[in-house]
Design a protein around this ligand. Sequence first.
Ligand code: FDA
Length: 312
Amino acid sequence: MLGSAAKALFHLLARSKLLKKLASRVGMRSSTGFARRFIAGETVAEAIQAARAIETRGLMQTLDHLGESVTSLAEADQATREYLQMIDAIVDAGVGRNISLKLTQLGLDVDRASTVDNLRKILARSEPRGFFVRIDMENSPYTQATLEIFETVWQQGHREIGVVLQAALYRTDADLERINALGARIRLVKGAYREPKTVAHQRKQDVDAAYARMMKRLITAGHYPAIATHDVVMIELARRWAAEHQVPSDRFEFQMLHGIRRDVQTRLVRDGCRVRIYVPFGCDWFPYFMRRLGERPANVLFVLRSLFGESG
Ligand code: FDA
């Protein structure tokens, strides 16, 4: 299938150090860099500027300081410090207090106990200031550990924290019931990673069917779930399902990625829906950017056009 072949190709290219080096040189150049469509900037200041612009349009935002797969505790500490500084910067700027992060950024590949410590340091700074923290979901080797860590901090009494579940994985129906029974807020996504058929649906129609099923379940039985998709069929289905089951539009929110389907974002807000935009920023944008290309190979044309435009 073209979709999974494209995902496979872009996941392979995402590992290329040479490509990363070349892309990093030009991708975020001033206003012409091709990565700027998806990445808000390399600094917290640029991310906050993007957050302000989003809020001016009547949308909400969550800021994500990009980073993943760190290989040393020093890097994990550094990422944690950057999150702490970002929390302070968000408070100073007066924009919405909502952040997203990845556990491999906090050291999950290195040491699990340190990862939990780092997460708790972030919660200690964010919670008293009224932040909500969302743990992104990475590829399937991390699903179990991510959910266990989430459940650990939940059991320790942290409540302003939520997690992401991927409809593509076979295990997700069961995870959804367990996490939902805690009373936790779930962000439902289709799943951005290439996964083997032993753990995940491969065909788009199977992923979509799973997404629709779990989305309906969350809208009627969830705790302020986030329906994170740009798929207008899913979005309309969610709205119809909510209306049919008398679920008010402030009991859930739609979420979309910075730079994708701005038209749909605006229309939903105009119709009275709650919409949050995921705003990624930072210097380590290459793997995130490659996942966005893999989802929609037509984006490569957009990259080529901006490169050609820049040099021509
Ligand atoms: P689908 O792929 O079917 O796309 C539907 C339509 O959306 C397309 O036809 C196109 O119009 C538009 N579109 C989708 N992707 C596009 C792109 N890259 N460029 C341009 N247009 C595009 N995944 C994950 O594994 N872990 C996570 O933690 C998260 N977190 C997350 C947060 C938020 C707020 C969102 C919106 C998404 C994620 N994801 C994620 C990504 C998610 O798993 C999925 O890969 C993308 O959202 C694309 O899938 P869609 O649901 O949009 O549907």
